[in-house]
Design a protein around this ligand. Structure first.
Ligand code: DAK
Length: 261
């Protein structure tokens, strides 16, 4: 692949958007390669993913404005669908995906980070949806996911005003979970990912599913979704082992890795 790399360390995979000359802007080729990278993840081996951008300046500076500038209506729609399909794939990817935001996360960059489970950013990160300044609306789910993440008032102010915000404000409004120095970003996110990867994989996946599928439902339907996914964990080897380990009061015993079974 030309613009995307994929690397696995232990049970954590890292997908890096690597088009630094254009600040990792998303053109069709990047979207295709990202799609391929997600498809290539071996879910028997990898239990948590990190999505980041190459270089020290930009996570993703948006959809590629050069490529978009000449699109016809039909091509614009097709480009939007390509992005939306990918972002939906990331959002509902069976294992958690953490965005490690290392600089600009504008337009499609902010949107792709919002399709991840949560965001950790570096101190130089800048988030924003500048689309209205370009004569378009956010096209990869920004009007929907940003509003869900930070509330409608804050999302509307950012989107209508094409207002960029710095890392500290992103933290204050709950857009990111943590801000760290740039050189600490990948080690910090790798540590968080490894912490997730060591937990029972079926349970972690079911938690993701329960939160994603329940969040927009009324509470009775939402807890019914949780109930089903909770029940689903029983009779797995990992559930039996996890509970037996807790009940066995032998302090000398070391917890074994979960088997994903
Ligand atoms: N697209 C293409 N190239 C980009 C780019 C982008 N989004 N952002 C940066 N670049 C390129 C620059 O053109 C420049 O290329 P060269 O001139 O060196 O060839 C190189 O990256 C370095 O950028 P700068 O020279 O501008 O660097 P600065 O440090 O001065 O400025 C900046 C950094 C991030 C503030 C600036 O580059 C900038 O404002 N970039 C554009 C940010 C932006 O507006 N992003 C949102 C794009 S709109 C839809 C689907 C999707 C979308 C909408 C609709 N449908 C079809 C439904 C999504 C839209 C967007 O994401």
């Amino acid at each position: 692949m030309e613009f995307v790399t994929y690397e696995v360390k232990g049970q954590v995979g890292t997908i890096t958007i690597n088009r630094p000359k254009a600040l990792n802007a998303l053109n069709s080729a990047v979207l295709d390669e990202l799609n391929e990278a997600f498809d290539s993840v071996d879910l028997n081996e990898v239990r948590c993913l990190i999505l980041t951008g190459a270089g020290e300046k930009s996570f993703v500076a948006g959809a590629d404005i050069g490529e978009m500038s000449t699109l016809s209506k039909a091509e614009g729609e097709a480009f939007g669908k390509k992005g939306n399909d990918l972002f939906l794939k990331i959002e509902s990817f069976p294992i958690p995906v953490i965005a490690a935001v290392n600089g600009f996360a504008l337009g499609g960059g902010c949107e792709i980070s919002l399709s991840c489970d949560f965001r950790i950013c570096s101190e130089n990160a800048i988030f924003g949806q500048p689309e209205v300044g370009l004569g378009i609306t956010p096209g990869f789910g920004g009007t929907q996911r940003l509003a869900r993440a930070v509330g409608t008032g804050m999302a509307k102010q950012m989107i209508y005003g094409a207002r960029n915000i710095k890392a500290a404000e992103a933290l204050r409004i709950g857009l990111v979970n943590q801000v760290v120095a740039l050189e600490e970003l990948i080690p910090t996110v790798e540590k968080i990912a490894a912490g997730i990867a060591k937990n029972a994989p079926i349970a972690v996946r079911n938690c993701k599913k329960a939160i994603n599928e329940g969040i927009d439902k009324d509470i009775a339907s939402a807890v019914a979704i949780e109930e089903k996914l909770f029940g689903d964990c029983f009779e797995t080897e990992d559930q039996r082992y996890g509970m037996e380990f807790f009940l066995d009061k032998n302090k000398e015993k070391v917890k074994e890795p979960f088997k994903n079974k």
